[in-house]
Design a protein around this ligand. Structure first.
Ligand code: NAD
Length: 240
């Protein structure tokens, strides 16, 4: 099988970094696409600096990657943030706007640019979005973040339908809480961590390694008849 070209947004940290290593282990060529140029450089992997919420930055990065590495076979829309927390009646509007810009607008801009490129290049590729079970199960204080992930799930279904005629599959992986730099604050707080763990039937917060195989699988030929799904990797949390 030919070596695939895989772009992982937010590949410099946490889940994205693990996903990058997962595709490399599968024999693919991976380009880390991250707004944090230094962290991307420090991964020691091929990388490009981009801000997924900025259309000019997205278009420039996609054109640079395709010129340097060739047609993109797989896009992992992983970059995202919460940016803060608070009840919907009091949340800072700037936190809301930043979260929407990166998680929703950013996933849209990347899907628009790379989806068009894949269709034109005829790569019959795959797109995997990193959503969250929060899109389906609320946690007080995270309403703004969860709404962006519900939007990502809806975009996953629309893009899957529209890109299917080109042989391009679009799916999502929806983790429950995962130990990454994003969650390091609460994970270090014993009481907060126990409260999160008590919601998970399998009894523990996920590691990055729990999430990576689902992303690699959905992008693989083994998932060739799967499109438009959002696969929960949550230790059973959605059952509660
Ligand atoms: P992280 O903070 O460790 O990594 C996020 C990466 O995205 C960083 O490298 C950051 O520089 C990059 N990034 C942020 N804004 C960007 C932008 N505008 N353009 C390009 N890159 C940008 O976070 P993580 O925990 O690994 O989260 C990765 C994804 O998983 C996110 O979409 C997050 O919402 C989702 N998720 C995380 C958890 C969790 O508990 N950690 C649970 C469910 C879903």
């Amino acid at each position: 099988m030919k070596q695939r070209i895989v772009v992982v947004t937010g590949g410099a940290s946490g889940i994205g970094r693990g996903v990058t290593e997962g595709f490399l282990a599968a024999g693919d060529r991976v380009i880390v696409a991250d707004v944090d140029a230094r962290a991307a450089h420090d991964t020691g992997r091929d990388h490009v600096e981009l801000d997924i919420s900025d259309p000019a930055s997205v278009d420039a990065a996609v054109s640079l990657v395709t010129r340097q590495f060739g047609p993109i076979d797989v896009l992992v829309n992983n970059a995202g943030l919460a940016g803060g927390g608070g009840p919907v009646t009091a949340l800072d509007v700037e936190v809301f706007d930043r979260c929407v810009r990166v998680n929703f607008r950013g996933t849209f801009l990347m899907t628009r640019a790379v989806g068009a490129h894949m269709a034109e290049a005829g790569t019959r590729g795959a797109i995997v979005n990193v959503s969250s079970i929060g899109a389906r199960q609320p946690t007080p204080g995270l309403g703004h973040y969860e709404a962006t992930k519900a939007a990502v799930d809806a975009l996953t279904r629309s893009a899957a339908l529209e890109l299917a005629p080109h042989g391009i599959r679009v799916n999502a992986v929806a983790p429950g809480p995962v130990l990454t730099p994003m969650t390091a604050g609460f994970a270090a707080d014993t009481a907060a961590r126990a409260a999160w763990e008590s919601r998970i039937p399998l009894g523990r917060i996920a590691s990055v390694e729990d999430v990576v195989p689902a992303v690699v699988f959905l992008a693989s030929p083994a998932a060739g008849h799967i499109t438009g799904v959002s696969l929960a990797v949550d230790g059973g949390q959605l059952l509660t």
